[in-house]
Design a protein around this ligand. Structure first.
Ligand code: BGC
Length: 741
């Protein structure tokens, strides 16, 4: 068996090697025919007329320039009709080099899936891969070849609006998700329903100072290697075709002009063969950084650093030719960038058929496939996190006579799509997106009466709607309240210094609570929000993020127990902004706080508990799980060895459910200090009521290794704590083992 597998692998390697060689030959032949102007043309990317995602540089000449072969790629062109139109112009150019169409397909295309941070809360790699696959299938039918996703920036500060785009705070979970997303988008590049992934933002963007967007990043090499780089490497290992660099300066050097990061690390040490696109205008923005004096110097620095394609800076277009002529930029650099881009165009099959992906018939079919809606509903339900459920208020019984559904977000449609949703020009989103109100209506039978009151707006001080809301609540058997942020309060350029639930919404909750009715609160948001009063007083809370096209149905599925919630938080939820940044895998310090309230000369805030409001990995279910009988195959290992850990997981309740079991390790003594715990494994296990399964993990040397003082990735002899838990704080089983080298 092993022999056959090796032969198949060798064969596959040989085929792909010889295909690559053929493509390289074609690229070389084409390159020889290209003028310098045409070469530079391939390095330019412009936005089309849909939904601009940055400050537009108006280029009225786009169409003529495409015909002249001076544009290699476009973004924000949506629909097969429009991608075809632009491609037809490219086919009138001298060398007929097809355009590449890129788009931010971040969480779905026509069918909107949950925002990425919500998907991370599913801890379900199959669901995450499926969401990316469907997005790729829909987008590619409209002529999109390339998505600017996944965003794999580790984010530990929820003030940063872009936390909604990533997988949260943890490197291990983030790396698994990065892998799943790339595989989902790309499947098999060249197939008509695959798109190229673009891993972004290389690198450090998630660590902007103070969580303020576009801000500086200053971090140690060890932090870079240990925490921020692994998801990028994982995406590369999954075969990611392209990378995007980043707006921020990294230790004083803008990432876009950073030679170490792009040329030496990514293209050198990691041997990345694809191309790097700049972020929107990030080449030109190096002038604002004070790193270069003008756009010309920006072009010189960026191309030298390894930034291959210029998105919307106009820096390459106007300056590269002159820089080559002046001998400041070696043509070898230009040729390398052009080759990287052309190679992808060949791999996608665009030279054989430039209209391969822009297919009106396929577009019609793919954009109306109801199976995708079904998948979106299932994925959305998996993302919801049950934060609290006192007295088993949830799930609601289908026999309830009167339900009051109150809050400013209840009847919203588009809000549920969240930031970075694609908007197709011809779609009416009030019809496309299932509101929370409609979801509930779809769920309950004729015998249940639904009552509604808005109560208040998301923002502002107006409480004039409270009276009506309280009156409506008084008539009901149960009240569901839907509160939170507006969809566009997170996302790019949406950093907030105050991440409490805005306006008077929590006061509305209080007023409704005073009626004495059982209350369930749904919290909508793109980041961890702060809602201490609600968290402390309301019996049942579901964190529903932004769940996409099927939000309403998915929420109703969970409210009534047709889906038993299984989501777990991918980010720590703070008590107050003053704790930020906050993350579970911190160092111990020399004076760790012995308990939540200790303040006496220990590492703590004197005005706040020394713990988060909700920890990383946390989430409840309508059932409970028991962890027992942990066994280690041995308690000493060498670095060529492994230890098998097994334990029993039992569903103790009356309904089936999924539990995400989490394995954490702590290296007790290191030549550099180690975090108090680090996630090193997890598994999502489905169990019927009363069922027990044996869960197994294998500990190997890789899991014990870290970047030491010399930045070598190695393990060190000594004792390790092994913790198996239902969250980073809810540790159920513990053991110690020793590594002997
Ligand atoms: C964002 C990128 C995005 C690009 C294109 C930029 O502002 O930072 O993540 O891919 O715009 O829309």
């Amino acid at each position: 068996m092993k022999k056959i597998t090796t032969t198949i692998l060798l064969l596959a390697y040989f085929i792909s090697f010889s295909q690559q060689k053929k493509i390289d030959q074609k690229v070389d032949i084409l390159l020889k025919q290209m003028t310098l102007k045409e070469k530079i043309g391939q390095l330019n990317q412009y936005t089309g007329n849909n939904q601009a995602t940055g400050p537009i540089t108006i280029n009225p000449n786009k169409e003529v320039e495409i015909k002249d072969g001076l544009i290699g790629s476009m973004l924000n062109v949506i629909g097969a009709k429009y991608t075809r139109q632009y491609q037809e112009l490219a086919m009138q150019s001298r060398l007929k080099i097809p355009l590449l169409f890129g788009q931010d397909v971040i969480h779905g295309f026509k069918t909107t899936f949950p925002i990425p941070l919500a998907e991370a809360a599913s801890w379900d790699m199959e669901a995450i891969g499926l969401s990316a696959r469907i997005a790729a299938t829909e987008a590619s039918a409209c002529g999109i070849h390339w998505t600017f996703a996944p965003m794999v920036d580790i984010a530990r500060d929820p003030r940063w609006g872009r936390v909604m785009e990533g997988a949260g705070e943890d490197t291990f979970l983030g790396s698994k998700i990065a892998y799943a997303r790339v595989k989902g988008f790309q499947a098999k590049l060249g197939d008509v329903n695959s798109v190229m992934a673009c891993v972004k933002h290389f690198v450090g963007y998630g660590a902007v100072v103070g969580g303020r967007d576009y801000n500086s990043v200053d971090m140690s090499d060890r932090m870079l290697w240990e925490t921020y780089l692994p998801p990028f490497k994982s995406a590369l290992d999954a075969g990611a075709a392209t990378f995007m660099n980043s707006f921020n300066d990294f230790n004083g050097v803008p990432a876009t002009g950073n030679k170490y990061l792009q040329r030496e690390l990514l293209k050198g040490k990691w041997n990345f063969q694809g191309f790097v696109v700049s972020d929107w205008g990030s080449i030109g923005e190096m002038v604002n950084h004070g790193f270069v004096k003008d756009n010309k110097e920006a072009a010189l620095v960026a191309i030298t650093a390894g930034s291959d394609m210029d998105m919307e800076s106009n820096a390459y277009r106007f300056n590269l030719a002159q820089l080559v002529e002046e001998g400041k930029v070696d043509i070898v650099l230009i040729d390398d960038a052009v080759k990287r881009i052309l190679r992808k165009k060949f791999e996608l099959g665009l030279f054989d058929d430039p209209f391969k992906y822009s297919n009106l018939k396929r577009e019609e079919k793919e954009l109306n496939d109801l199976n995708y809606r079904k998948a979106a509903r299932e994925v959305a339900a998996k993302c919801i996190v049950l934060l609290k459920n006192e007295n088993n208020v949830l799930p609601l019984s289908k026999g309830i006579k009167k339900i009051a559904f109150i809050g400013p977000l209840v009847k919203e449609h588009k809000q549920n799509m969240g930031f970075w949703a694609v908007e197709l020009p011809e779609i009416n989103y009030d019809k496309q997106v299932v509101s929370q109100w409609e979801g509930l209506q779809n769920k309950v039978g004729k015998n249940t009466q639904l009552l509604y009151a808005k109560g208040c707006e998301v923002q502002g001080n107006d409480k004039s709607g409270f009276e009506e809301a309280v009156a409506v609540a008084n008539q009901a058997d149960v009240v569901i309240l839907s509160i939170g942020e507006r969809w566009n309060m997170t996302g790019e350029a949406k950093s907030r210094s105050n991440i409490h639930i805005p306006g008077v919404q929590e006061e509305l909750v209080k007023a409704i609570q005073a009626t004495g009715k059982p209350v369930v609160v749904l919290i909508n948001g793109g980041r961890p929000l702060i809602f201490n009063d609600t968290a402390d007083s309301v019996p049942a809370i579901l964190y529903t993020w932004w769940l996409g096209s099927e939000a309403g149905n998915a929420i109703a599925d969970v409210l009534f127990g047709d889906y038993n919630p299984s989501g777990k938080l991918p980010m720590t939820f703070p008590r107050e902004e003053g704790q930020l940044p906050i993350y579970y895998n911190h160092f111990n310090t020399g004076r760790p706080a012995p308990n939540e309230t200790a303040t006496n000369y220990v590492s703590a805030y004197i005005d706040l508990k020394n713990s988060p409001k909700f920890p990383f990995g946390y989430g409840l279910s309508y059932t409970t799980f028991n962890y027992s009988d942990m066994k280690l195959s041995k308690n000493k290992m060498s670095n060529s060895d492994t230890i098998e850990v097994s334990f029993n997981l039992t569903n103790q309740g009356k309904v089936a459910g999924d539990e995400v079991v989490q394995l954490y390790l702590r290296d007790k003594v290191g030549t550099v200090v180690r975090p108090i715990k680090e996630l090193k494994g997890f598994e999502k296990i489905k169990l019927n009521a009363g069922e027990t399964k044996v869960v197994k993990f294998v500990i190997d040397n890789q899991m014990l290794s870290f970047y030491n003082e010399k930045l070598e990735f190695e393990s060190e002899s000594g004792d390790f704590d092994l913790m198996i838990g239902a969250s980073s704080e809810d540790i159920r089983l513990k053991a110690t083992f020793e590594l002997i080298k």
